[in-house]
Design a protein around this ligand. Structure first.
Ligand code: GDP
Ligand code: MG
Length: 164
């Protein structure tokens, strides 16, 4: 079965997206970043197709250590297990240096990435909020979703199955 990994700095809504796609309550969602520590794996069934989804949880809760420690050990291994990455940023509050570090890292990997901006409840104001900053990550124009409100989830699933 194909494996899709949700990657992103803390608090962008990875677990909310995981729960939205998998259904049920297999990942802990909390207001406090870094609450979940292990990987959570679930299965997504959609239009008679299926893939395995991994919420990478607390892997990136310590931005200054991303490259030095965690990404080099656990994540490298994990990334090689994945067929596709959902790289999630916060489309509401904007980007941080941790997003840039992750983006730089992911661009160097030979793995497919779908760029996702979450928390976009108002797509009309997305570009006036985020400006051209969003393009600085090097992944082009993101798919704009709201995991919490279920917006554009079908679009994301279409894109996932197209790339798998
Ligand atoms: P994670 O640390 O990346 O796993 O992020 P969480 O899924 O725990 O979400 C972090 C916070 O963002 C929580 O307060 C969520 O309720 C909120 N959140 C997640 N998705 C959305 C969304 O689509 N829109 C809005 N407005 N908030 C969201
Ligand atoms: Mg989480």
């Amino acid at each position: 079965m194909a494996t899709v990994l949700i990657i992103g700095r803390p608090n962008v809504g990875k677990s909310t997206l995981f729960n939205r796609l998998v259904g049920g309550r297999r990942a802990i969602v909390d207001d406090l970043p870094g609450v979940t520590r292990d990987f959570t794996v679930g299965r997504v069934n959609w239009q008679q197709r299926t893939f395995q989804l991994v919420d990478t949880c607390g892997l990136f809760e310590n931005p200054e250590n991303i490259v030095e420690e965690k990404m080099k050990e656990v994540t490298l291994e994990l990334l090689s297990e994945g067929d596709l990455i959902l790289f999630v940023v916060d489309g509401r509050f904007g980007l941080t240096s941790a997003d840039q570090v992750l983006a730089d890292y992911l661009r160097k990997q030979r793995i497919e990435v779908i760029f996702v901006a979450n928390k976009v409840e108002n797509p009309e104001s997305f570009y006036s909020n985020m400006g051209n900053e969003i393009f600085s990550l090097g992944f082009g124009d993101p798919i704009k979703i709201s995991a919490a409100h279920g917006l554009n989830i079908d679009l994301l699933l279409d894109e996932i199955f197209e790339r798998l």
